[in-house]
Design a protein around this ligand. Sequence first.
Ligand code: F6R
Length: 247
Amino acid sequence: MNLNSPQFRIFSSGEATAAAVADYLARTLKSQPCLRIGLATGNTFVPIYAALVELYQAGGFSFAEVISFNLDEYLGLPQDHPASFSAYMERHLFAHVDLPTGKGLLPGVEGDIEAASRDYEAAIASGGIDIQVLGIGRNGHIGFNEPGSPFDSRTRKVELAPLTREANSGDFPLGETVPPSAVTMGIGTILDARQILLVAIGASKAQALHAAFQSVPNPDCPASALQYHANVLIFCDEAAASTVTAS
Ligand code: F6R
């Protein structure tokens, strides 16, 4: 497979990056009302969804015909637990836009996880994903594909890396620990998307961006698999971009 260079869009601050991502998504939704979009959670996307909701409220586009697929979800948390990605999506996006109930999908986490993962893959494959948005972990993870994840992996149960559990512990009430496992779209699932938009904000992401795009792809840095995709757009701030060369 050929290696590709992503296109970088670098902004002076995290706020400017978030505003630009929201603007890009709003424009895409205007031109493609039936968008099939892959969504991410995490701190990076809080200001992005806030800006997107503001643009939505100003009018001009709708989520009425959109289908969304979230990247991942913790295992072992009730869906209404405040730190679940289901609750996150409701809080930051779904409650504020006209996405029909049942069209914002998260990978199944109850019952037979393998069967739920296969169903999720089938739902995605029925029309593909037009644009997949991604954050990046400090260890280079995308979705919850931790270092060592095969580049052809599909939706499945995974164990979370200690660094990920530490990074996400702030989302949990005092005294609660981050679940050890989760369900995530695979790297292969992500690479099937027609376009990928990765967002990295802050100096804590600089090393991961460097490992992902400045060296040969290696499963030690899951995001480096994105070099095999021909249509990757990276929105980042100067702090995150400090170790990469703009192209
Ligand atoms: C979230 C996800 C993760 C995050 C990543 C960065 O759905 O799949 O890969 O995008 O851990 O998280 P933040 O933005 O909190 O630094």
